[in-house]
Write a protein that binds this ligand. Structure first.
Ligand code: ZN
Ligand code: ZN
Length: 386
């Protein structure tokens, strides 16, 4: 607690910042440091967590006042009874709390727009009715090469599609009438008792599932719903630089809504397939290279196949096992900034020879003799060799 940062400092706002300024400042930080955008980056995750914790306190007028007056002590319960004001007190957030809080404050949609630059968030609100079909979520395994290059995939899914028989109307004749239950409003009201007294609660009409429509002559193929199970082929463009856990939303390609409601979205979640050569670490690619005793001692050249080209790697004479060689700028690209790439890191392993042939054994024995000679002489031989 003692070395917790000042919440205003964390968000980069002044003490008299307006609620709006605080929200803007937080949103900017949260989007920049969100773990989806910074995979395998504990520093970014910590910044995200810190900013979210600060925002959760400062966005709330009452909590902000407490904080202004008592600092962090207002929430840690150690200051003698103040923590009680907020239930169990507030001893800080962990990352999963922070992710939940962020989703609660901004939702997934607005964030999606930021990652993939789509106008998804804006379009979403037009049709608020429950007749909208469900979002369909699928996992899409990709090779590192596909993630490096970007790729267009055709995805086959089975989901709710429009009933062709009735043109999604659900009615044989194609004629709707107003739902008799809700008179076409799609909502039903009921009065409930609560601690605040009587309240009117509005819910979705059960009879028409919120569409406000009813049919007298239901279609046989879809039992009047306007949707049937079917197969769809959907093209999904994956940008270069995605990583596991990123998701891409294809608007209107989820389940078709009943009674000709809007379709939900298809949410494609990226999964990384194992690669036989490289292991991914953020935007860097790590691989291992085995070289022989003589190659380690004398130096050697090897060709390495990257995802974009072949590169000659020069191993210098006297290389030890465990040495890491770096090829800058040939790793994975950064999402939406694909010209900038991470590095390739090559870990060198010097292989000790086994099952020596007669000739090899002889050579090693000769080498051993040389090594046992006085040092000055040994050095001389090495120098001659160079
Ligand atoms: Zn039908
Ligand atoms: Zn109804």
């Amino acid at each position: 607690m003692a070395n917790k940062k000042d919440y205003y400092e964390v968000l980069g706002v002044s003490q008299d910042a307006s609620g709006d300024d605080i929200k803007k400042a937080y949103r900017k930080l949260a989007v920049r440091y969100h773990p989806d955008k910074n995979p395998n980056d504990p520093e970014a995750a910590e910044k995200f967590r810190e900013a979210t914790e600060a925002y959760e306190i400062l966005k709330d007028d009452a909590k902000r006042k407490q904080y202004d007056q008592f600092g962090h002590a207002a929430f840690d319960g150690s200051s003698g009874g103040f923590g009680g004001g907020f239930g169990d007190g507030f001893s800080g957030m962990d990352l999963s709390d922070a992710l939940k809080a962020f989703m609660g404050d901004f939702g997934g949609d607005s964030f999606l727009g930021d990652i993939f630059g789509s106008s998804y968030a804006g379009k979403r609100k037009k049709h608020g009715t429950v007749s909208r079909g469900k979002n369909v979520q699928i996992k899409l395994p990709l090779t590192l090469k596909e993630m490096h290059d970007g790729v267009v995939k055709i995805i086959k899914i089975r989901h709710k599609i429009e009933c062709e028989q009735c043109g999604a109307s659900g009615s044989k004749s194609g004629v709707y009438k107003n739902c008799p239950q809700c008179s076409g409003s799609g909502r039903s009201r009921k009065v409930v008792q609560s601690v605040f007294g009587q309240m009117v609660q509005e819910t979705v009409c059960h009879r028409c599932a919120g569409t406000g429509k009813a049919v007298d002559d239901p279609c046989n193929a879809c039992a009047g719903t306007g949707v049937v199970s079917g197969e769809d082929k959907i093209e999904v463009k994956i940008p270069a630089g995605v990583s596991e856990g990123n998701y891409i939303t294809v608007e209107g390609k989820g389940d078709k809504g009943v009674n000709n409601g809007d379709s939900g979205d298809l949410v494609v979640i990226v999964i990384e397939k194992d690669d036989s050569i490289f292991t991914r670490h953020g935007i860097d690619l790590i691989t291992e290279m085995e070289i022989s005793f003589s190659e380690a001692a004398l130096g050697c050249e090897r060709m390495i196949e990257t995802f974009s080209d072949k590169i000659k790697v020069k191993v210098s004479a006297g290389t030890q096992t465990g040495k890491v060689m770096k090829i800058a700028g040939r790793g994975m690209p950064i999402l939406h900034n694909e010209k900038t790439k991470g590095d390739i890191l090559i870990k060198i392993y010097v292989k000790t020879p086994e099952n020596l042939s007669k000739e090899e054994k002889k050579l090693f024995e000769e080498l051993q003799l040389l090594e046992q000679k006085p040092k000055s002489f040994f050095h001389k031989i090495m120098n001659l060799g160079q």
